[in-house]
Design a protein around this ligand. Structure first.
Ligand code: UDP
Ligand code: MG
Length: 322
């Protein structure tokens, strides 16, 4: 065996994925066994699953020493599971892949090839999205459009978290300790040499998607508010427009009163103006509140996650308190 083989970490966040983990392992094993030039570490992150995911992870580790697992203290969501995994990954590069086999592991050799050519971030862009509803495709397309147009950084379209990251990208991501993470934006934000490869996204192998519209909407708002303050500016602009209109209306009323005298009826116009202004004020209070909330959350400075176990050792989280 030659020395100095590079270590590749395959990072898999998993939440209630008991139905797919074994299938995933078989596919990964195939790939790893064929790539003899590298050492592999498969880091399975159990994000507080309520099914037998952890048990399966332990079993897999028992049969293959390349498997490591990280058991988080509860369910934190994929974004946090990913940063936890990055913190524990030992590889010279890290490949993030979904547990549900929607990201074909067969792309890994290509990713490694581009990595060897000097790219730091090789991301897989999907040509198609099988098994996703028209509505989901449409909303995600619109969302990317909006996000793109209000942020200065380029957000890759149709790209998930399936990608290879060089160690220096990993270190960059680790240095960003925001608690409401929007990793998709962070990948772009850190920069470095990027390379895209195209693939067909498969439907989920088994189990159910963990995303519902509620979670997706939250993620979208996190995405917007963590990368741009444009909504705040928009509220200022709209405020100016509305008060300008209000001013003109005021002049009109004054002149009307001077020349035509006071006319008392006017209930409907008064109501319309009050309701309209009230609505706009509430909306923008909400926008301000959204940013205030983020500031509040970040200012608490809590650790982003707690770990229950790394492999067979109990974590005391001592490191986190230093
Ligand atoms: N996931 C996670 N924590 C969560 C939700 C999801 O670690 O709270 C993982 C999940 O196990 C999967 C990946 O994130 O490996 C993507 O989730 P899913 O397939 O449900 O999302 P979709 O592919 O539908 O966008
Ligand atoms: Mg999926």
């Amino acid at each position: 065996m030659e020395e100095n083989k590079k270590l590749v970490t395959i990072l898999v966040p998993a939440y209630n994925e008991q139905d797919v983990l074994n299938m995933l392992y078989d596919r990964l094993k195939n790939i790893m066994d064929n790539l003899t030039n590298y050492d592999f570490e498969v880091l399975l992150v159990n994000d507080g699953s309520k099914d037998d995911t952890l048990k399966i992870m332990k079993n897999l580790r028992a049969v293959d020493s390349r498997i490591c697992y990280l058991n988080l203290s509860r369910n934190y969501g994929k974004e946090t599971a990913m940063i936890a995994g990055l913190d524990y990954a030992k590889g010279d590069c890290v490949i993030i892949i979904d547990a549900d086999l929607q990201d074909p592991p067969e792309l890994i050799p290509d990713m490694l090839k581009f990595w060897e050519e000097g790219y730091d971030d090789v991301y897989a862009k999907r040509k198609s999205r099988k098994g996703e509803s028209v509505l989901k495709k449409f909303t995600s397309k619109m969302y990317y459009k909006v996000l793109q147009s209000v942020t200065n950084i380029e957000i890759q379209k149709d790209t998930g978290d399936f990608r290879l990251l060089d160690r220096r990208c990993v270190e960059a991501l680790k240095s960003i300790r925001e608690s409401q993470r929007y990793t998709k934006g962070l990948f772009s934000w850190i920069g470095y040499n990027k390379k895209e490869i195209l693939f067909d996204r498969d439907p989920r192998a088994a189990g159910n998607t963990k995303w519902n519209y509620g979670k997706l909407i939250n993620l979208s708002i996190d995405g917007l508010t963590s990368f741009t303050t444009a909504p705040l500016r928009l509220s200022a602009f709209i405020g100016i427009l509305v008060s300008l209109a209000g001013f003109i209306y005021m002049l009109a009323i004054i002149f009307k009163t001077i020349f035509n005298g006071i006319d008392v009826p006017g209930y409907s116009s008064t109501m319309v103006v009050i309701l309209f202004l009230g609505g706009i004020q509430l909306i923008f209070l909400g926008v301000i509140g959204e940013y205030l909330g983020r500031t509040f959350n970040e200012s608490k400075g809590r650790p982003i996650y707690f770990v229950d176990r790394y492999n067979d050792e109990k974590e005391t989280n001592e490191k986190l308190n230093k």
